[in-house]
Design a protein around this ligand. Structure first.
Ligand SMILES: [Zn+2]
Ligand SMILES: [Zn+2]
Length: 430
């Protein structure tokens, strides 16, 4: 059975704050560069984007789509030989921002929809159009109860799939500290059994989620939530099933062995991992936050509570507890970030991107480089420092500064001291 990588959650150029490069051609091209075999279309609720989907994609395996041949050929021409034959399929997905009142409180939740065919998408869109404006944003904001959205999705087609998105972000999520719920049942009531998967988001990993009893029983999925091509697959799912919609969704719905695991950001890199105030430059661990009674030691106002704190609040199990048997959890650092670090560059500029191009042209897609190609081969291809970095990454020997209040965390292969030594040429370390 083929093993493949699935990224369900991303946004098109019609979503706010998203790169104009997020069109179907670029998503196709970058899926090949990244090594993602099945990628979401994102934003199927947007009328113009849905028209592009219908015009540019054609049916492939049941429930999956591919870029039409003439368009695909044009993209393939721009790719190095080693990537041309990578498979790249689309699956119909969208994200809704639900804002509504429940039990006298304003609730804000994001939810991912996955659909098996174009007809289902048309019908879902027709229903949602009655409720709000689908043209304003690729991720529409609807004054609609999440439970009602689930109801609509299932009524249109029981084969469609519903996943609460990035369930721990403080704003806009199922368990968010600002406007979420404490349990799945509070949000979905008698329809809760239909919630068979949740997206863990960038700021949490499966181990954090498994501290909740309720989340040990369902599937944890990870997706990129990409707003630009380079960010595709920064988190993803590992599947081992026949390549078609129904097998994929069955694996996700039942949490079967065919859903083998996830590829993860280090959760500390997420911008809401720890607590604090960005404007005050105050970052607190959950313990420190408790000690300060939730107030910022600099300005005295309540701190923005991060994901780690919130998980602690809702957890049934202690920090180091984990299920006896669990799915694969692989941590990665995006290859461009590793390359920027090796170069001593603060940002990902043209030089880093040039190197990135050089490396995937020589070795193959990014996931293969990060996950499977042996460091020896990487070294022999002429990238000895990258080989060292990849080796460290795979062993989890990385340097971590957790993110907080909207500030991304820092994950490096080398500690600041090692990096200083490396840059000044004291390479004795290696
Ligand atoms: Zn979202
Ligand atoms: Zn403050």
């Amino acid at each position: 059975m083929p093993c493949f990588i699935l990224d369900l959650h991303l946004h098109s150029k019609y979503s706010r704050g998203t790169s104009p490069q997020m069109d179907l051609e670029n998503i196709y091209r970058w899926s090949k560069i990244k090594g993602i075999q099945v990628v979401g279309t994102g934003d199927f609720t947007h009328p113009q984007w849905f028209r592009e989907i219908q015009k540019k994609l054609e049916p492939a395996e049941p429930g999956l789509f591919r870029l039409k041949k003439t368009l695909a050929r044009k993209q393939d021409k721009t790719l190095p030989a080693c990537l041309k034959n990578n498979q790249s399929r689309f699956i119909l997905t969208a994200e809704i921002s639900n804002i509504y009142k429940k039990h006298d409180q304003v609730r804000k939740m994001h939810n991912i929809l996955v659909a098996p065919d174009l007809k289902t998408v048309s019908q879902i869109n027709a229903e949602l159009q009655k409720i709000g404006n689908l043209t304003a944003d690729g991720r529409p904001i609807l004054g609609l109860d999440s439970k009602k959205l689930l109801q609509i999705t299932l009524k249109v087609n029981p084969d469609s799939f519903f996943i609460p998105a990035h369930i721990w972000t403080p704003w806009f999520s199922l368990f968010g500290s600002k406007s979420g719920f404490n349990t799945i049942e509070q949000a979905f009531e008698e329809l809760s059994p239909h919630i068979t998967a949740v997206e863990t988001g960038l700021s949490s990993d499966p181990f954090m989620n498994w501290r909740l009893k309720a989340l040990r029983k369902i599937t944890l999925v990870s997706n990129s939530d990409a707003h630009s091509p380079l960010k595709l697959g920064r988190e993803a799912n590992l599947l081992n099933c026949p390549l078609n919609y129904h097998e994929i969704i069955k694996a996700l719905k039942t949490n079967s062995v065919k859903m083998t695991g996830t590829i993860e950001f280090f959760p500390q890199e997420g911008k809401y991992h720890y607590d604090g105030h960005r404007s005050c430059g105050i970052r607190l661990t959950p313990e420190q936050t408790r000690r300060y009674k939730g107030l910022c030691p600099k300005c005295g106002r309540p701190v923005v509570v991060g994901v780690d704190y919130r998980v602690n609040e809702l957890a049934d199990f202690s920090q180091n507890s984990k299920p006896k048997k669990h799915k694969t959890v692989e941590y990665i650092i995006p290859l461009v970030e590793i390359l920027a670090e090796l170069k001593g560059a603060k940002t990902i500029g043209a030089g880093v991107l040039q190197k990135y191009h050089e490396i995937y042209s020589a070795l193959g897609d990014e996931f293969s480089i990060l996950r499977t190609i042996s460091p020896k081969v990487i070294k022999q291809a002429g990238f000895p420092n990258l080989a060292i970095a990849i080796n460290r990454l795979r062993r989890g020997r990385v340097y971590i500064e957790p993110g907080y209040d909207g500030v991304f965390g820092i994950i490096k292969v080398f500690s600041p001291k090692e990096q200083a030594q490396r840059i000044s040429g004291q390479t004795s370390l290696f």
